[in-house]
Design a protein around this ligand. Structure first.
Ligand code: HEC
Ligand code: HEC
Ligand code: HEC
Ligand code: HEC
Ligand code: HEC
Length: 356
């Protein structure tokens, strides 16, 4: 075994011991002693230069993982435009803790280009490389110590960054949380499945499937039918949590248009499935007024009554990343960062209904 990492990452002996507590949004979480179960990846690791050097070593040996990671949003978590724009509005060390977890001093706002790095997820404070898989697996050819952990291979590698409260919020209600992916996963049919089983199929580190319309389409089935009260869209999610999960500004648009024989739009209705927050005037924080994201099977009724001249209904489902919500009151006014069309279809209207 080559003492590869100890010179680089073993902070404990080098006079720059990281703090005993990790400050995330004003909350102090105790760091578990080294002899206990390994501490899982978390925000605000703050290993700066050392992390940069050690990460270059991982990249130098693990070419495939490195190439995938280089394309990932984890790699770009502190440098992508969406984050940079949001940080400019709300500059806070709280944000940097997750988006630039290896930045040495989170109060320094310069970009830490490393993002969520190999070392952030894999290298513990005791300089072991965390890995998934059975605890007693042998590592005959590894060039460094490996610590196998079931927790790491289930949700532990992701948990502390993918569920967190609003800055300065306390309490356990869903409305206190900016992201709730972990509790959604725990309450889902896929609770036994690891995050990686869907997001890192075959160990891939690029997380690219969440931006692949074909994959998303398979994970959210949709069909539509005309109903006495409008257009009924039935959705069925196979995600391991609410669909959509993650950031506050993700939503599914479910819409339909009433068309005449020449394709002109006579009427239109669109519903946005999301966590819906409201700013309470004069009060700090946001109030969660509704959460109509898809969990398992759900139905959306669009209010479209066939009128004179209507010959068909066009319906669609899309996945939207919202850049900003405008004044927040009118969902149609939101500016989109991207939109992935998932499903669409046309329903003919029988003449008797169309001429009512
Ligand atoms: C000198 C080359 C070398 C360096 C540097 C290196 N590794 Fe490895 N690593 C290996 C070899 C060889 C194995 C065992 C064979 C395999 O699984 O690829 C291994 C195994 C692993 C495994 C376990 C794979 C499994 O079987 O589950 C992980 C995780 C890992 N390395 C991560 C890292 C990380 C993170 C870094 C940087 C901190 C790193 N490695 C640095 C060569 C290296
Ligand atoms: C977001 C956290 C995260 C980051 C960042 C990350 N890994 Fe991993 N890595 C994991 C998890 C989780 C697994 C186990 C996946 C599974 O259960 O199949 C894994 C598996 C591995 C494996 C074994 C399986 C394989 O793909 O060969 C190696 C080697 C590895 N990672 C190396 C790296 C290297 C090198 C980097 C940086 C270039 C890196 N990882 C970045 C979380 C991460
Ligand atoms: C140190 C914190 C941290 C850890 C640990 C972490 N993530 Fe992330 N993850 C982030 C941040 C920050 C982003 C947002 C990047 C950005 O700005 O778009 C992100 C984004 C993602 C995305 C969205 C990718 C995209 O293209 O939009 C997925 C999926 C994801 N992470 C899955 C995982 C999984 C699975 C694990 C565990 C194996 C994990 N993450 C561990 C911080 C983390
Ligand atoms: C059964 C498969 C499955 C499992 C298990 C799963 N996910 Fe997902 N994940 C999905 C699908 C499908 C999407 C895309 C739709 C959505 O946002 O829900 C997604 C989306 C995401 C996103 C949003 C990415 C974006 O583009 O905004 C994040 C973050 C994420 N998952 C993290 C996790 C974490 C963390 C876990 C484990 C606690 C996990 N997922 C478990 C299937 C899964
Ligand atoms: C505890 C970890 C954590 C903290 C703290 C955090 N984020 Fe994030 N952020 C994430 C994760 C995880 C995602 C990915 C979720 C997804 O893709 O749906 C994300 C996604 C984002 C995105 C979306 C990027 C895109 O692709 O559209 C933006 C913008 C963002 N965060 C900005 C911020 C800002 C600004 C702050 C500080 C106010 C902040 N974040 C604090 C973990 C964190």
């Amino acid at each position: 075994m080559r003492p590869l990492l100890c010179c680089v990452l073993l902070c404990v002996g080098c006079g720059e011991a990281p703090p005993e507590t990790v400050d995330v949004g004003g909350e102090l979480e105790p760091v578990v002693a080294a002899t206990a179960a390994p501490v899982m990846p978390r925000p605000s690791r703050g290993r700066g230069e050392q992390a940069l050097r050690a990460n270059a070593e991982c990249v130098g040996c693990h070419h495939e993982a490195a190439e995938e990671w280089a394309r990932s949003r984890h790699r770009a978590s502190s440098s992508n435009d969406a984050y940079r724009a949001a940080l400019a509005i709300e500059p806070s060390p709280f944000c940097q803790g997750c988006h630039a977890p290896e930045a040495e001093d989170p109060r320094v706002m310069e970009a830490d280009e490393l993002g969520v790095a190999c070392v952030t997820c894999h290298v513990t404070r005791d300089d072991e490389v965390l890995a998934a898989g059975p605890i007693d697996a042998l590592e005959p050819s590894a060039h460094h110590p490996i610590r196998r952990s079931r927790e790491f291979g289930h949700t532990g590698a992701c948990a502390s960054c993918h569920e967190f409260r609003f800055p300065h919020a306390s309490g356990d209600g869903d409305d206190r949380f900016m992201q709730t992916t972990l509790r959604e996963h725990a309450a889902s049919d896929a609770a036994d499945r690891s995050c990686a089983s869907c997001h890192m199929p075959t160990g891939a580190h690029d997380l690219s499937n969440v931006r692949d319309p074909a994959w998303l389409r398979r994970k959210l089935a949709a069909s539509a039918a005309l109903d006495a009260f409008g257009v009924l869209v039935t959705l069925e999610s196979r995600a391991g949590h609410a669909f959509p999960t993650g950031d506050l500004f993700r939503r599914c648009a479910v819409g339909a248009e009433l068309l005449d024989a020449r394709g002109r739009v006579l009427d239109r209705d669109v519903r946005y499935l999301a966590r819906h927050f409201e700013l309470a005037p004069g009060q700090p924080g946001r109030r969660l007024v509704a959460d109509d994201r898809v969990r398992g099977k759900s139905e959306v009724l669009l209010d479209l009554q066939p009128t004179r001249g209507a010959t068909s209904v066009r319906w669609w489902v899309s996945y939207q990343r919202v850049a900003h919500t405008g004044d927040g009151r009118e969902p149609e006014a939101a500016v989109l960062e991207s939109e992935l069309p998932l499903h669409e279809g046309t329903l003919p209207i029988a003449p008797s209904r169309g001429t009512k």
